[in-house]
Design a protein around this ligand. Structure first.
Ligand code: FE2
Length: 457
């Protein structure tokens, strides 16, 4: 085993793990935290604990660590970071294993959400959600009160009207199936549909519209050879698999899915999707905005690093059965988001984290890019030398505030100080100086997804 982390770029720079769980209260703030920010910002990401084999380490498999801040009354009440207790993490920390039945594996390192009054760390590919306390301690590996038979996804989509979660799950141990589930506002699965597919694709995310869920059946597939040769993340580019998107009516069955062929590529993250309805009330087209990678895990199998990911629009025409594919921009970007109140609906503002240079995977995140679908304008906010943001999450000022009346929150790593901060930008003027910067006692390694969880009430 090679423990020389310099041999693996996914263990270097701000991808290197940190070794401490911190609890800090009353954090120093530059600027002023808006009074309306009452809740928790949480973010998950890989942070491998203990000795790791640097030669084979895959970024997607590192032990999960959730970072969180509680904001209230203009104060940053606390910051905490906690490893999500997988069996491995508990063993290494000398703790008893966390309760709950395990599936194929139990490292939840990709996303963290609030749902049904609980907090869940999430991952894809066969593992269960991990329930956390409000203060990020592991409660249990959850099967949603006995209603989730297998694993879950890291990217459920919440319908803004009903509050239900829509998810597409996969697990190579259930071959040639995608599993569509709907989780009710009570935190229990209320609908489950197996959808046959011709292989075992990696399905990182899905899209939701008012009528459909979109299934991404793309050419990164499970490889038994990769697994038996010791690759911790056994999914690779499959030249012969083809590429397609399926539209499943939200309450439909597998036989209702309509498939649309697209050019081979990989999509981790759609930005948003919506239906275009004709005069007769029927859906004519479904519009999917996605961040498209030209290939994935073809030559570099340790992380996403196969050419520039850019914003594309796929328009699925239900009349012709064809997909129209258009590149909308050539900026390198990832972590696309919209206002959570408009998931599955036409939005005005969509945004993402923009990267420097042309190449995706390992180039530094540099700022925010925001697209205004009303004016066609593109706004790029560069955070300056050595300041590396993560995913930007929007918090509206009030439940009925406009799409740009609120704040963008993200964790920013500052290479000069080797520390991170929670940065709060005014969504009506994101290019201006931050409204607030909450200074953390540590560096937060570059990770995956974060969300705002409002305080109850
Ligand atoms: Fe993701």
């Amino acid at each position: 085993m090679s423990t020389d982390t310099s041999t693996n770029p996914y263990l270097s720079g701000n991808l290197a793990p940190i070794a401490t769980e911190y609890t800090a209260v009353d954090l120093p703030v530059t600027g002023e935290l808006p009074q309306e920010l009452d809740g928790r910002y949480v973010r998950n990401g890989p942070n491998p604990l203990g000795a790791i084999d640097a030669a084979s380490y895959h970024w997607f498999t590192g032990d999960g660590m959730v970072h969180g801040l509680s904001l209230r009354g203009g104060r940053a009440e606390w910051y905490r970071n906690r490893w999500v207790r997988s069996t491995r993490v508990s063993e290494l920390l000398g703790e008893p294993p966390a309760p709950g039945e395990r599936q194929f594996f139990d490292t939840a390192n990709t996303n963290v959400i609030g749902h049904a009054g609980r907090t869940f760390a999430l991952v894809e590919a066969g593992a269960r959600p991990v329930e956390l306390t409000d203060e990020l301690e592991t409660v249990c590996h959850s099967d949603f009160d006995g209603t989730l038979p297998y694993g879950f996804t890291a990217h459920p989509k919440r319908d803004p009207d009903t509050g239900e979660l829509f998810a597409v799950n996969y697990y190579w141990g259930r071959p040639e199936l995608l599993e569509y589930v709907v989780v009710g506002v009570d935190g229990r699965v209320r609908r489950r549909v197996d959808v046959p597919v011709p292989g075992n694709p990696m399905v990182h995310d899905c899209s939701l519209t008012e009528r459909f869920v979109a299934l991404y059946d793309l050419p990164v597939t499970f490889s038994l050879d990769a697994l038996t040769s010791g690759m911790p993340f056994p999914y690779v580019w499959d030249e012969h698999y083809g590429a397609r998107v399926g539209l499943l009516p939200r309450e439909g069955d597998a036989s209702d899915v309509r498939w649309f062929e697209v050019d081979p590529c990989y999509v981790f993250h759609p930005l948003n999707a919506h239906d275009v309805v004709g005069d007769d009330g029927a859906v004519e087209r479904v519009v999917l905005d996605v961040v498209r990678h030209p290939r994935m895990f073809a030559s570099d199998r340790r992380g996403p690093n196969e050419g520039t990911p850019t914003l594309w629009r796929w328009t699925l025409d239900l009349g012709s059965g064809r997909a129209r594919e258009e590149q909308l921009d050539d900026l390198p970007l990832e972590f696309p988001r919209v206002d959570e109140r408009l998931v599955g609906r036409a939005h005005r503002y969509g945004w993402a984290t923009v990267h420097s240079g042309d190449d995706a995977g390992l180039t530094e995140p540099a700022g925010l890019v925001r697209y205004d679908t009303t004016t066609g304008a593109r706004e790029v906010v560069d955070l300056g030398d050595g300041r590396e943001p993560g995913e930007f999450v929007f918090v509206p000022r009030s439940p009925d505030a406009a799409e740009d009346d609120g704040w963008y929150l993200t964790l920013v790593y500052d290479r000069t100080t080797d520390r991170s901060e929670l940065m709060v930008l005014d969504a009506s003027a994101p290019g201006e100086a931050p409204v607030a910067q909450v200074h953390l006692p540590t560096r937060v390694p570059a990770g995956f997804h974060g969300n705002w969880i409002p305080s109850p009430g």
